[in-house]
Ligand binder design. Sequence first.
Ligand code: OOG
Ligand code: NI
Length: 263
Amino acid sequence: MDSGQALFDKLWQDYINRLCPSAHQVHALLEEGQPLINDHIALRTFGLPKVGLEVLARPFLALGYQQKGDYTFEAKKLNACHFEHPDPLMPKVFISELMVEQCSPALQAIVHKLVTQVDASSLTGSDFLHQGRLWDIDSATYQALAEESEYASWVAAHGYGANHFTVSVNQLKAHDHCQSVNQKLRDNGFAINEAGGEVKGDASVYLEQSSTMADRVPVVFPDGTQTIPGGFYEFAKRYVLPNGELYQGFVAASADKIFESTH
Ligand code: OOG
Ligand code: NI
């Protein structure tokens, strides 16, 4: 299996090629003579035993990652966990899954049909994490899913890959807060996710976050290509806890709004 570095390199290549080509421009706007520090990536899946959160977590656990916080998003019917590596230079990993059994019978039937197409042997190792869709889906089915769950339609169309990388704002000299990063990006033509306000969280929850709205990218369906929301870029500033350590968790109320970057 790939080393951690090799896996994140492949996730990055897939993300910029397929999901978020504007990431190059984000780097050009924020880099200050040294590589940007990636706070975390996020992955999405369907919460069914064959492809659930635990299946996506497996390659990270094999690399020495440990499961930390868990989060529930009732309205969106999502469940999530984050994972940390003992090496603080390794990005955190946020994995969410759609609680399929809480969705309508129609959505459940569609998702089961997609997941049935997955060959379980393709889920060993870590390559599947950046291989996109492991099923066929037509654009009418994509649209049907989108009416009930934007998240379900995103996973169905794009499959597996990082939906965002995250610039650690703590490292930046030109920007003390996410608000200033947002302004720089807006000045250069980016749209910022305003759901719940342009900055989610603050020092009182030890985490401040913002994100771009997802790039619109072409996705090939058997019945034609459609341009739909792909990946986005996130910005995170972490604050020091009373015990002197930097907060490493996530904040459910903020995450709930970050999900909407693909709307
Ligand atoms: C994950 C949204 C949550 C965060 O940092 O709180 C998140 C997603 O959009 O898949 O990334
Ligand atoms: Ni995130």
